[in-house]
Design a protein around this ligand. Structure first.
Ligand code: GCU
Length: 691
């Protein structure tokens, strides 16, 4: 990846001496089965990785080599007798799709490593797992690793706007997809597929959920005429086949976002009513056309009835009727509709709306519909309570939607690592089926899964700052196994990305571990306030700068108090969660002002007032951002100059931005409350609040 960073697939060799000898004995010679496209990806990856990791060119064999000390075998037991003789075949065949086994064996006197799986996709994952071990210097002499994905669907949603090449909420440059040149393929597509497959992602939605109206004007007016729904035109679909085939080699299925009104926009229907026969027939014909071109096509993603997108409400239909009409067209082909729960409802408080819309529809969705739910009820804020839809729709396939990109967490500039936030979401006990029903247990079915809103772009770093690559890595690892701890995932990422020097690993891992909490403190004050950013239409400031005066409904600041009474939202949870959030005394402090409007001088458990805690947290967040920067700066000379400098410059902006947030928020708190900061840090009278 010369023009851009290798991210965590650098394959720098940390091993030497006996360890390197052991690697070479087992991995320089590789017997890899042939046939499926995924096996070509395996061979290519070995060709890339082995020279760099082991200092030798790999020998790829079509039969088990017999004149060597050992070798690596990659194949299913069905295809390779040597593998079938070396592993518990029954167990391997029972693996969930994507599961794999890695085992050190002795075979005919040779030291071998076997990577096997029931599916070809599993062989890709197993190979990447092995390369991860080699990249991080782990022993391979006595391996017996069994891995199965916790979730069947692990999907990345690109919010890339075709032709326009912008990425909505993307902070790593314009879209990597050069739509105009398709079907020509760029090497970068393959490298992206490798990055995704290496962490177990098995689906990609290529285009933005907003299929109408590009969000920003581009330099080229010709592209502004293009709208995402046009991707369903026959010639556009034909242009996608090569890209879909490329992703297929890495076990990744291709999906498209579609516009609910496509039968009118593209066809000659005069309605998009989901119960209209002609509309249903149009979707059927379109699905046939798509599957003729892309036989393993995953399905459609739909954003309906929010932010200007059309939907079933336009025809007096509900969301199950809307989703089921499209799902019926995909069903004969094995395709699936991911239907977003991000829908506007009638309640004044946005948090209440998704549940009010979807909970009554539990059981009404077709088998091949997945309702895709953002982790929280508002919109990917730095911290939100968990969406009440988790646990309330047992008869519906669900997907958890997370934001990999940092729309509200510093936008590819700040170091803000999302894995700790996601762990909080996965582990949250919904009590949906009594105590011990964490979110992570609620979408393990075949039609369920975890979806991440993508973050990559054309920049060398892919993600804006090199540190933000960790969020893409962590997404895949968490969607594969939500039980893997933040420490383990982070450590893996750092060692592959920055090498195995202990000080570098500890420092970078520590920065990431502490970064999210700092961001929560300086952008919210840490008590559950949120959505205090600037909205503006301008590209750079949108949702980045503080502007607490713009959205009073979200934070509820008044002269006599702060926070929002969200008892209606709290009541959507089962007991005892509902009771806990409804009670000022029991509500966890970090969400207190999300659920309650309280006097500024309400005393918290330790006697500190609400307003003082808000001041303290904003200041603490900035101090932490400064410490993160110092820790990064201490690595000067230990991390290559190019990446070190790039991240160091981002840290300077992060600290400056954190100070702007602190100053804006604390001044606003002061303006509304009139209560001085006990420590004298908040100057009087220059805030942006009500005053
Ligand atoms: C947020 C985001 C939008 C996006 C929307 C969505 O509101 O700011 O850019 O379109 O979420 O999830 O669809």
């Amino acid at each position: 990846m010369d023009q851009y960073d290798d991210c965590w697939l650098r394959y720098d060799s940390p091993a030497d001496g006996d360890r390197l000898d052991a690697y070479r004995r087992r991995c320089v010679h590789a017997y890899v089965s042939e046939g499926a496209p995924e096996l070509a990806a395996v061979r290519d990856e070995l060709r890339r990785a082995v020279p760099s990791l082991l200092g030798r060119d790999p020998h790829l064999w079509q039969h088990p080599p017999r004149t060597v000390d050992g070798f690596l075998a990659v194949g299913t037991p069905d295809e390779m007798a040597m593998v079938a003789e070396s592993v518990p075949v029954d167990e391997v065949e029972r693996f969930a799709d994507g599961g794999y086994l890695l085992r050190s064996v002795e075979w005919e006197g040779m030291d071998c490593l076997v990577v096997t799986a029931a599916s070809d996709r599993g062989l890709v994952y197993g190979t990447f797992h092995l390369l991860r071990l080699l990249s991080t210097g782990e022993p391979v002499d006595d391996l017996d690793v069994r891995e199965e994905p916790a979730y069947a669907n692990r999907v990345i949603d690109q919010w890339d706007t075709p032709f326009h090449r912008s990425v909505e909420r993307g902070y790593g440059g314009e879209s990597i997809f050069d739509w105009e040149r398709l079907p020509d393929l760029r090497p970068r597509y393959e490298d992206y597929a490798r990055l995704l497959a290496s962490v177990g992602v098995n689906g990609i939605v290529l285009n933005n959920v907003n299929t109408e109206k590009p969000p920003r004007a581009s330099a080229n007016p010709a592209f502004d005429a293009f709208e995402g729904w046009q991707l369903l035109e026959p010639r556009r679909l034909e242009a996608l086949t090569g890209l879909a085939a490329l992703f297929r080699r890495y076990g990744i299925e291709t999906y498209l976002s579609v516009n609910f009104a496509a039968p009118m926009l593209l066809g000659d229907c005069d309605t998009a009513d989901p119960l209209d026969d002609e509309v249903r027939a149009w979707w059927e014909r379109k699905a046939e056309e798509v599957y003729d071109l892309i036989p393993d096509f995953g399905g459609f993603l739909v954003k309906a009835d929010s932010e200007g997108q059309p939907g079933p409400y336009d025809y007096g239909r509900d969301h199950a009727e809307g989703a089921n009409a499209i799902a019926a067209a995909l069903a004969p082909h094995g395709g699936r509709v991911f239907w977003r729960a991000f829908v506007y409802g009638s309640h004044d408080d946005r948090s209440v709306q998704a549940y009010e819309t979807f909970d009554p529809l539990d059981g009404a969705f077709a088998d091949n519909v997945t309702v895709q739910v953002k982790n929280g009820p508002i919109d990917f804020q730095p911290r939100e309570p968990v969406s009440t839809l988790f646990g309330s729709m047992p008869k519906t396939d669900l997907a958890l939607e997370l934001q990999v990109t940092g729309e509200y967490t510093g936008q590819g500039v700040h170091a803000a690592y999302h894995h700790p936030m996601w762990t909080e979401v996965f582990e949250f006990d919904t009590h949906a089926d009594g105590a011990g029903t964490p979110v992570k247990s609620l979408f393990g079915g075949d039609g369920e899964g975890v979806v991440g809103v993508g973050s990559v772009g054309e920049d060398r770093s892919w993600t804006g700052t090199h540190l933000a690559q960790s969020n893409l890595y962590a997404f895949g690892r968490a969607a594969w196994d939500p039980d893997r701890s933040t420490g383990t995932v982070t450590d893996e990422w750092v060692r592959q990305t920055f090498g195995t020097d202990g000080e570098v690993v500890d420092t970078v891992a520590g920065i990431l571990r502490d970064s999210w909490a700092a961001c929560v403190d300086y952008t919210t004050g840490g008590l559950g306030l949120m959505h205090m950013m600037h909205n503006g239409e301008e590209l750079l400031e949108n949702h980045y700068e503080p502007s607490p005066g713009e959205w009073p409904g979200y934070h509820g600041m008044t002269d006599d108090g702060v926070g929002v009474d969200r008892s209606a939202y709290a009541a959507q949870y089962p007991d005892p969660v509902a009771d806990r959030y409804a009670s000022v005394d029991d509500c966890p402090e970090e969400l207190l002002l999300f659920f309650h409007h309280l006097p500024w001088e309400h005393e918290l458990a330790d006697g500190t007032t609400v307003v003082q805690r808000l001041y303290d947290n904003c200041f603490a967040g900035v101090e932490e951002a400064k410490r993160l920067r110092e820790r990064w700066n201490s690595l000067d000379g230990r991390v290559d100059d190019r990446r070190h400098r790039h991240v160091a410059e981002r840290f300077d902006e992060q600290v400056a931005s954190a100070e702007r947030w602190r100053d804006s928020l604390t001044a606003t708190f002061y303006d509304y409350s009139g209560v001085a900061d006990e420590r004298g840090r908040v100057p009087a009278g220059d805030g942006a609040g009500s005053a």
